[in-house]
Design a protein around this ligand. Structure first.
Ligand code: BGC
Length: 331
């Protein structure tokens, strides 16, 4: 557990008696009257010390997702003339690294002065991916900012796309929905998807569509106005690999604000459309549809099969290095 200043009170990481997952379990922050709430959803069918409930059925609450976050069409791709077949775990596609992705494996922790580093070696062939991959994920706290840095090195050319899959509800976890959250995403374009949520290949302007979130929208009203089931889409961020503003979410009731900055070229905005209320949090909270949102900063989905998307291949001798900043404040 990391303890910090007045805005972020503490962050808990996932660890049972003998197990360490590279995820964070909860983040606790104040509202404008200094009331403390846990903001991230943490659901376990059976919560226990070994976190077996976590492994049984869990929509990636707080997890590090990899080797490739998001979907790869039919779980296949061709690299240097060789076809690779990945584990299929989402309709016809491979999602979030496969059946046993980076969210379901043990990591080695190391305590830092202002955070914690998790590392692991993903073996050659894990879930069908080529080459061994060494991965380091560090969580550090800097005032009201949680900084997540991802680094990786490969022994063979392989696709890599790492993200964090925390679900937030700025009214406090266990609040029934996120409809009163105001959302802004700094993106001029998004990726339309097919019925299996694979990008069609088109990079569509947001202008004049429900995906224009460049000015704040109140989520509930916006979904109603556009007759939408929710968001589960990649937004294409502007600029190059510098730290850039990605998104801002404001909850007027508590005054809480989450701002996201990243070096990544995209963000998957997911409004918990598949949450179905069957998971229970430690305090008995239930998580129905739309009870949390994710801002998964990452490369664009299926980039390994779509040559006009930002490059996703990591070659031996290169280093994958991306950072995302979750900045909490009270307005
Ligand atoms: C995906 C959703 C998926 C969720 C949990 C998100 O990143 O975009 O489609 O249901 O993860 O699996």
């Amino acid at each position: 557990m990391l303890e910090t200043d007045a805005v972020i009170r503490h962050i808990c990481f996932g660890a049972g008696a003998a197990t360490v997952f590279g995820l964070f379990k909860k983040i606790t922050i104040c509202d404008r009257s200094a009331k403390i709430n846990i903001l991230t959803l943490e659901g376990y069918l059976v919560y226990d010390q070994t976190m077996t409930g976590y492994l049984q059925k869990q929509p990636y609450f707080g997890a590090v997702v990899g080797r490739v976050a998001n979907r790869i069409a039919k779980g296949t791709f061709t690299l240097d003339g060789k076809e690779y077949q990945l584990a299929i775990n989402n309709g016809p596609n491979s999602l979030h690294g496969g059946v046993r992705g980076f969210d379901k494996v043990l990591w080695t922790p190391q305590v830092l002065s202002n955070g914690v580093e998790f590392s692991r070696v993903s073996p050659d062939g894990e879930e069908g991916y080529p080459g061994e991959l060494k991965v380091w994920v560090t969580y550090t706290l800097d005032g009201g900012e949680l900084v997540i840095n991802y680094r990786a090195q490969a022994s063979q050319t392989t696709p890599v796309n790492l993200t964090n899959h925390s679900y937030f509800n700025l009214a406090g976890q266990g609040s029934p929905n996120i409809y009163d959250h105001e959302v802004t995403i700094e993106a001029d374009a998004f990726l339309p998807v097919d019925e299996t949520l694979i990008p069609t290949g088109e990079v569509a302007p947001v202008q004049g569509t429900a995906f224009d979130l460049r000015k704040p929208v109140e989520l509930g009203k916006h979904l109603q106005e556009f007759h939408m089931n929710g968001f589960d889409h990649n937004f294409c961020l502007k600029g190059s690999k510098e730290k850039r503003f990605c998104a801002r979410v404001h909850h007027a009731g508590s005054g809480r604000v989450l701002e996201v900055y990243t070096t990544q070229p995209g963000v998957q905005f997911y409004t918990g459309n598949f949450l179905d209320g069957t998971l229970k949090g430690k305090s008995g909270a239930v998580y129905p549809k739309h009870s949390g949102f994710c801002l998964e900063t990452q490369n664009w989905p299926d980039a390994v099969n779509q040559p006009h998307f930002p490059p996703v291949l990591l070659k031996p001798g290169e280093e994958y290095d991306h950072t995302t900043w979750f900045k909490f404040s009270v307005a």
